[in-house]
Write a protein that binds this ligand. Sequence first.
Ligand SMILES: Nc1ncnc2c1ncn2[C@@H]1O[C@H](COP(=O)(O)OP(=O)(O)OP(=O)(O)O)[C@@H](O)[C@H]1O
Length: 579
Amino acid sequence: MKAAWKLKKYLHPYIFFAILAPSMMILEVIMDLVQPTILQKIIDNGIANGDEQYIISMFGLMILSAFIALIGGVACSTYATKTAVNFATDVRQDLYETITRFSERNKDHFTLGKLITNLTSDIETLQRAVIMLLKVFVRGPLMFIGAIIFVYITARELFSVLLYVVPILAISVIIFTQLTGKFFRAVQEVMDQMNTKVQENLAGIRVIKAFNRKAHQIQQFLEVNGLLTKRNITAEQVVGVLMPLTALIVNIGLVFALWIGAIKVENNIIEVGVILAFINYLMMILQGLISSSNVLIQIARAIPSAERIVTVLEEPNDIQNCHEPIKNSPRGEVEFKNVSFSYTKQGEPVLKDISFHVKAGETIGIIGMTGSGKSTMMKMLPRAFDVDQGEVLIDQQPIQYYDLATLRQAIGFAPQKAALFSMSIEGNLKYGKQDVSLQEINEALEASCAAEFVEKLPDREQHVLSQGATNLSGGQKQRLAMSRAFIRKPTILILDDTTSAVDAISEKKIQQAIDSNFPNSTKFIVSSKVSSIKNADQILVIEDGRLIASGTHEELLQSSEYYMEIVETQTEKGGVMND
Ligand SMILES: Nc1ncnc2c1ncn2[C@@H]1O[C@H](COP(=O)(O)OP(=O)(O)OP(=O)(O)O)[C@@H](O)[C@H]1O
């Protein structure tokens, strides 16, 4: 509930509509409430006395009140919808922006599926709850209490009947809504499980096929689908039994009221119109009860959604700008001073006491076994993570002193996984730099050897990539990711194992292009292949999170047994040593 309360600020801009909606609903309910009394007057005063004039004027009043009720209802719906939809749009926008600003560590706290649920169904649930709150929250109790008051005014002689009928109605409505709510919640739970299964299976469809696990996946889906069918049937069966049961109780109440009413008419205590008005009010009391309990159910459903949304919105971002950050673009000198880092508080450090210094414009090769910490080291430069111990300096200033946007603008990062978007090749390259000319695009494509396959596409750089760029090969994706990094002509260029799927001839061309196009950029080239880093000014050899050796290729061949071993293994395996 506290979480839901925190979201009330999103209603502030629409507070006018949020007040208007229930006000209009009050108008509608009052107009609905007076109608049975008008009907009673038509029957008992007009028809009974044959007073035509009276009947016509009362009928006019009835039409007028129905018309005002209609206007009230339409206005309430309009304003409630306006408020709820705008509220949901603003929450969704804020949530999306918060997620976009998430640091890697923030992202690791949530699963992708959960974040998508937050942005879609949780917000949808909240939107429905706000509409319900503004429309029905007022309507239900007002109609319930109003109808009881009108019974007292119009059909006082039958008021005592309410003392028996209302508690029975209230109990049956509560049982009905509680039980159906429970069964439909169970349906929703399986629905969530099924969504997760479908999402996972579609994302991993290639792996499923490659490992020939189709039958297994289908079996898993059948199980959850079967459970969904079962729970749906049970829920519908419960409704099927409870609905007529509740209707029976309501009808017994009506018969009981009619019976007592008939006795009173016979004894000339009341007139027929009073019974009619009473029945109408009894139905309104029932409606009021049902609406009120529906609102409560909707609110109960919305509270967990609100909690989930607030948890994401309040996730503290661990990567922030410092007070008065440096906004000058760096030259590219980089220093790691005794850097240690761990992804989890309890876990063993992934980087252990790493120190090295790089002059601006140098090329640095980083080599080591899988999982040794090479990518993690590079993630410290755009501040995807901050170090736990030690310092990263850029141009001799701690990296945290730089304005985040300035720092990231100075870095061109081609990550290990290409992460291309489902848009044109040009659109993807413009992620690197927005205001680029076609010539710059072509130069970047040329430098990464991507031009040779892009030129063969019918619509060249306008070719639209599928989701996850599945219409490209692994090497083609890597080349485009490199083009995207090249196009911003960065001060610091990081290529994180981006040539693993590129053939040796293209790789050599790419190395030459990097040397001639980026003479002043500091270049970090992460690779597990010696051929990719052999010509670097300095090679860092990483083993199990430690920097165990550094120097040029020739120096390392003399000084590092570990490096020597890597070189020998790759030569034995037929690895290509450029030059
Ligand atoms: N987001 C993360 N959360 C927790 N642990 C992680 C995360 N990313 C990487 N690791 C762990 O950190 C260690 C170093 O990973 P890293 O990706 O830096 O290695 P790498 O040397 O680049 O490996 P590769 O050559 O396979 O890319 C690995 O043990 C890995 O499991």
